[in-house]
Ligand binder design. Sequence first.
Ligand SMILES: Nc1ncnc2c1ncn2[C@@H]1O[C@H](COP(=O)(O)OP(=O)(O)O)[C@@H](O)[C@H]1O
Ligand SMILES: [Mg+2]
Length: 300
Amino acid sequence: MTSVIRTHGLTKVYHTGAARSRRAASGQLRPDAEAQPGPPGAGKWGRAASRRLRPGAEAQPRRAGTPQVRAQRGVDLVVGAGEMIAVMGASGSGKSTLMNILGCLDAPTAGSYELDGIPTGGLTRDQLADLRNHKIGFVFQGFNLLARTTALDSVALPLLYDRSGRVRDARAAAAAALARVGLADRAHHQPSELSGGQQQRVAIARALITQPTLLLADAPTGNLDSRTSIEIMALFQELNQQGLTILLVTHEPDIARYAKRIVDMRDGRIIRDQPVTDRRSAAADLAAEPVEPVAVEEAA
Ligand SMILES: Nc1ncnc2c1ncn2[C@@H]1O[C@H](COP(=O)(O)OP(=O)(O)O)[C@@H](O)[C@H]1O
Ligand SMILES: [Mg+2]
């Protein structure tokens, strides 16, 4: 059986521009390499061209000495259909980089990634975008909704970019997706008229509208209070129960226990990968805990 995700030796190296300025600041930069102005009117390309023509200027690898951030150092990850995985790890351990590569938003420096049996290496940007539109729903910590845009329009938006023409009636599909996340009655509200939890539900509906195989969520409860976080996890568990494969990043062990499997990262590597033995039901936790009568103003 094909896996939804199969990576081998996934590597991502970021070249940051910092060294150049750091070397320049410490006087290590050859005085003629960068500081010297080009011919009048040549601008930056003129300088680059004159630098390239200087003998010996390209003798060393262009990126020698440039600081590198090795955000992924050989990640092997196989995710089967119907899994629900929490990715954990300290800030900077490479969780977002991994999610972005899995979501076809970023390409690895080395290693391979197969999404739903399709090797992604060598695909063009357009092909990657089509693959993303077909297979992946992405949910972010900050909801990423457009201001002054109704829930219905936000949710319908991905269909505008879907060139397959699978969905005929975008508004009907958006309404159905909103109903699926329990927001049928908020279709005409803008983000400013919705609570954080409701905004995240809109974002989840937007992720679902293309009927993805895989839902990727980078710290989806990071901006939410604990009860709302559990409500979002109840929704994820329900969607997972319906067959959606889910990978989510979280910093909170309590949230990770709603997943079926926890992957721990450190310094761009997976250091632990285990099933959750004491898995919790978010719906049961919500039912067991009475709603506190909090004095918040009605969002809508
Ligand atoms: N676009 C980028 N350019 C340069 N370095 C980056 C970029 N994105 C992430 N990094 C670096 O890669 C490492 C992993 O980052 P990230 O994947 O965002 O970690 P996490 O999500 O676990 O906090 C960090 O050192 C971070 O600074
Ligand atoms: Mg991150």
